[in-house]
Design a protein around this ligand. Structure first.
Ligand code: ZN
Length: 187
């Protein structure tokens, strides 16, 4: 047999063998691989940012820009949504949205990184949180670091977030704002 013919024969044998294995075991393999992938991605997205926050809890890579002064190029887009966040937050939110989708839950994004000027405008329109409104003082919002996201959540999605978001590093930290979630990685 010529070398190429023998390789082709061997490949065909291997492919047949793989088809046998995956054919019998695929339900189990798919489930365990899926949950492992989810757990791994979740662990990775939180573990990989250890030490990447300053003592004030601000992304080390962005602190020099200032709150609300971060250029779009220093942020990462969340999938194809057009919304941008601090890169670890964006990656983890992508994983979160995928996991929710697998559970039949749709999570939309209404706001993400917010510039200082946009925060000033919001404070003018919605009032300062400290005075009963819905806007953080300009220069202090987690949106200004690309760490906070406002989500479009129906009651099912909110229930899902409260049960699962922490696995992806997202916490609900503002009373009266169940749409506002902040990426607070462990470590
Ligand atoms: Zn918010």
């Amino acid at each position: 047999m010529d070398p190429i013919g023998s390789v082709a024969t061997r490949m065909a044998q291997i492919q047949a063998r793989i088809a046998t294995i995956t054919g019998t075991a695929s339900p189990i393999v798919t489930n365990s691989a899926g949950s492992f992938a989810t757990a791994y991605a979740s662990a990775l997205s939180t573990a990989s940012v250890s030490g990447q926050l300053t003592a004030d809890g601000v992304p080390t890579s962005l602190v020099a820009y200032g709150n609300g002064k971060v250029p779009a190029t220093a942020l990462k887009q969340v999938g194809t949504t057009g919304h941008r966040l601090w890169a670890p937050a964006a990656g983890s939110l992508e994983n979160l949205i995928s996991a929710a989708s697998r559970d039949g839950v749709r999570i939309g994004i209404t706001d993400s990184y917010r510039s200082y000027a946009e925060q000033v405008d919001l404070a003018n329109r919605k009032g300062l949180y400290s005075q009963g409104g819905l806007a953080a003082k300009p220069g202090t919002s987690d949106h200004g670091w690309g760490m906070a996201v406002d989500l479009d959540l129906d009651s099912k999605a909110l229930t899902w977030m409260r049960a699962n978001a922490a696995r992806f590093g997202f916490v609900e930290n503002t009373p009266r704002e169940s749409w506002h979630w902040v990426f607070e990685p462990a470590g």
